[in-house]
Design a protein around this ligand. Structure first.
Ligand SMILES: [Zn+2]
Length: 466
């Protein structure tokens, strides 16, 4: 009885060995399928990937032994067979603010031309914020670097010496052709030290957040910056100078309103400043202005009754009042709705308006709450009343300054319950709904100004700013 058992054990050992051998050879075979690895993104399908990389779908299916080619998942890794001009892992991402083709090529140690080919770039001006780029990386590669801006009058030799580096190594790491090649204001990398941040901006900037969706018409844009040491920062966007304010956690934030009528397309966003060591920098990158998808309406009015000069001078008065930016942020977190009738919004923000069938050159600058005469109006957040009084077009009007260039306006009231100089609390009754000024019926028109531009107020109820 012992012998067969021994024989059986031997046999099973032999089988296991055979199995291991065959598994081993299958692995070896898998490894022979050459080509870079593509990391599937949400929204990708096999046909999108096949077209993008010019590889037949069937070849991707067989190289990866895909059983369900229709069910790719985000993060799945696919070998792209037949692509021999690149290897490693290909990670698609959106172009962030604060990078250039050169800064990315330095950070990922990739030839700039290869990067351009991978991202289908025909011109560097295409690298606007959110442009889809593809970064090749090698597994386990350390891409952390310290970034040093080249100061005026400092040579590469001096810079290398100051950082304890061989100047010729730095030349290679930064895709320069010689130690005389660096120009003042350029940001060079000194690899191997952990210092995250956008690669084309100086090293004291450790983080920069810019909305990946770009500048959506009627939305409020937040730029967040974290930096070390003493510095001064300015930004310019669509003719506006942005002001950065320090938050409690040390983040510097700037808010900007995008007009509902801003022309879709690319516009430059410039960030400039100076750091404690006296080196100025300036960086400009294109950002996309995106259509907000607003509707259209035609209003019928008796133009003979409209005094254009009066309308314009009243608008100019409001504009100048809301243009002042005060440095103290009075609000915190979400704004509250100023009306209890949040489900009776008669007119939304952004709708393009034509008068009597003319051109659509204006838009609805706020939202209209219904509910009729006598409804209470609440302050949405802490702020200081900077105007409370009658106006011709807007009727009984109140304007509240919330700080950082953020103002709210309340038009057509029957009663105003606050005075200029009052500090109001969230939920405080500040007035009563009426039909004063140029209106067809009682409603509360509510608007929010950010950096001199009226934006969609609904946005401020839906998320806390900054
Ligand atoms: Zn309105």
């Amino acid at each position: 009885m012992r012998f067969p058992l021994k024989k059986l054990l031997k046999r099973s050992f032999f089988l296991t060995f055979l199995f291991l051998l065959s598994t081993g050879s299958a692995l070896a075979q898998d490894e022979q399928v050459g080509g870079p690895v593509y990391v599937v993104q949400s929204g990708d399908t096999l046909s999108i990937i096949a077209v993008r990389w010019g590889v037949p779908q069937q070849e991707i299916v067989s190289a990866n032994q895909l059983e369900n080619p229709d069910q790719l998942f985000a993060g799945q890794e696919l070998v792209l067979p037949g692509i021999d001009w690149i290897d490693g892992v290909l990670i698609p991402q959106q172009m962030p603010y604060g990078e250039t083709l050169l800064s990315l090529s330095r950070q990922y140690r990739v030839d700039p031309q290869l990067l351009a080919r991978l991202s289908r770039l025909t011109s560097p001006s295409q690298l606007f914020v959110s442009y889809p780029i593809t970064m090749p990386t090698q597994r386990g590669e350390d891409t952390s670097n310290v970034r040093n801006v080249v100061s005026p009058g400092v040579s590469m030799l001096e810079m290398a010496a100051a950082n304890g580096r061989n100047p010729w190594t730095m030349v290679g790491e930064n895709s320069l052709s010689g130690t005389w090649d660096a120009i003042s204001g350029d940001v060079l990398l000194i690899p191997g030290t952990d210092q995250p941040g956008p690669g084309a901006l100086p090293s004291p900037i450790t983080r920069l957040e810019f909305p990946a969706e770009g500048l959506v018409q009627g939305r409020t844009v937040v730029v967040n910056v974290n930096a070390e040491g003493d510095f001064a920062l300015q930004s310019e966007l669509m003719g506006n100078q942005l002001d950065y304010f320090r938050q409690e956690d040390g983040t510097y934030s700037a808010l900007m309103g995008v007009s509902a009528l801003a022309e879709p397309g690319l516009t430059p966003f410039t960030m400039s400043g100076e750091f404690g060591y006296g080196t100025p920098f300036s960086f400009t990158q294109s950002v996309a202005v995106v259509d907000g998808g607003y509707g259209f309406e035609t209003l019928t009015v008796d133009l003979a009754l409209i005094d254009i000069d009066l309308t314009n001078s009243e608008s100019e008065f409001i504009r100048s009042l809301t243009a002042e930016v005060t440095p103290e942020k009075l609000w915190s977190g979400f704004f509250q709705a100023p009306s209890p009738y949040t489900d009776t919004i008669n007119s939304t923000y952004g709708t393009r308006r034509s008068y009597n069938g003319g051109v659509y050159e204006t838009y609805h600058s706020g939202i209209d709450f219904g509910g009729g005469l006598g409804v209470e109006i609440f302050s949405p957040a802490v702020g200081e009343v900077v105007f409370a009084g009658p106006l011709e077009v807007r009727g009984n009007a109140t304007i509240i300054n919330h700080g950082w260039g953020v103002y709210t306006g309340y038009w057509h009231q029957s009663e105003i319950r606050v005075q200029e100089g009052d500090i109001v609390a969230p939920g405080q009754v500040i007035g009563i709904v009426g039909n004063t000024g140029r209106v067809t019926g009682a409603h509360l028109h509510w608007e929010i100004w950010v950096n001199g531009v009226q934006v969609d107020p609904i946005d401020w109820l839906a998320r806390p700013y900054p």
